[in-house]
Design a protein around this ligand. Structure first.
Ligand SMILES: NC(=O)C1=CN([C@@H]2O[C@H](COP(=O)(O)OP(=O)(O)OC[C@H]3O[C@@H](n4cnc5c(N)ncnc54)[C@H](O)[C@@H]3O)[C@@H](O)[C@H]2O)C=CC1
Ligand SMILES: CCCCCC(=O)/C=C/[C@H]1C=CC(=O)[C@@H]1CCCCCCC(=O)O
Length: 261
């Protein structure tokens, strides 16, 4: 898929990995809606990016992705403003082992909601033109740590859901490619949360283990993750792929044993 002229919606796009991929999409002449609960970051980011890429290419909609009606409205507003929808990146996520019910709602339930809303606006089963969806998981789904039980569960869930939906898209001829992206440690505010009791609860006592892992595995930059995202957007041969991005191996893919029939 060529990106120029396409319309993208990115959840959690006001900072961190999401902001990096929003910038890369704009660099490639896409129109973008940023859906984020943080009004200050979202408006600040829009001001900066409008200066760099011109007005009219970026919309910011303040929305908590856990609010299904508000998320549905954000999708509709995007189509109303830009005419159609081609790319959806379900990126919003948190690290909160203390309020783990909230974390499941953001990291998994909202990814499911965002995927289903994306299909409503892109799938040929709804008479639309097709498109691509990227759901953000994590290397925590492969190299888990004892301090993130529910974060790890949500990220495993994203992979499982994404791979099944990719198969459903083929069987149902949706015309939509659906892939998962699993970064290792990335230098964003979320990564700082591993040192906070408010986020880690009783697991905060293991925070030195995290620092050891970061030193051992390295910390990536959001711009490199955006590079991986763009490959998932543009490579029309990728559906049901699980992209992994690490310091040691760069951008690569997880391979699964073929299912025995
Ligand atoms: N930073 C890292 O080391 C890694 C991050 N990831 C994943 O990448 C994704 C992005 O994470 P980062 O950019 O690091 O985080 P971040 O904290 O820098 O940015 C997350 C963005 O999502 C927004 N957000 C959070 N909850 C929301 C909600 N309920 N509704 C709407 N917006 C919401 C925040 O306001 C923020 O702008 C997450 O899914 C995270 O789990 C995966 C692997 C590693
Ligand atoms: C929310 C705080 C952490 C979020 C970032 C994340 O998802 C981290 C995952 C790591 C947790 C424990 C780990 O060891 C996970 C993998 C870290 C990268 C693994 C790279 C392996 C390699 O380079 O081969």
């Amino acid at each position: 898929m060529a990106v120029n002229g396409k319309v993208a919606l990115v959840t959690g796009g006001a900072q961190g990995i999401g902001r990096a991929v929003v910038r890369t999409l704009l660099q490639n002449s896409a129109k973008v809606t940023v859906v984020d609960m943080n009004k200050d970051s979202g408006e600040g980011s829009k001001t900066e990016l409008d200066k760099e890429f011109g007005e009219g290419n970026l919309a910011f909609i303040q929305c908590d992705v856990r609010d299904g009606a508000a998320l549905r409205d954000a999708f509709q507003k995007t189509v109303d403003k830009f005419g159609h929808l081609d790319i959806v990146i379900n990126n919003a996520g948190i690290n909160n082992e203390k309020n783990w019910e909230k974390m499941i709602e953001v990291n998994l339930t909202s990814v499911i909601k965002g995927t289903y809303l994306a299909l409503e606006h892109m799938s040929k089963e709804h008479g639309k033109q097709g498109g691509t969806i990227i759901n953000v998981s994590s290397m925590a789904a492969f190299l888990h740590s004892p301090h993130q039980p529910v974060y790890t569960a949500t990220k495993h869930g994203v992979i499982g859901f994404t791979r099944v939906m990719a198969d459903a898209s083929i069987r149902g001829d949706y015309g939509v490619r659906i892939n998962a992206l699993c970064p290792g440690f990335v230098d964003t505010p979320l990564l700082q949360s591993v040192e906070l009791e408010d986020n880690m609860g009783k697991f905060v006592k293991f925070k030195d283990d995290f620092k050891h892992s970061m030193n051992k595995f390295g910390v990536l930059q959001p711009s490199f993750i955006a590079e991986g995202m763009m490959r998932l957007v543009t490579d029309s041969g990728l559906n049901g792929a699980v992209m992994k991005i690490t310091c040691s191996k760069g951008i690569h893919f997880h391979t699964y044993e073929p299912m025995s029939v």
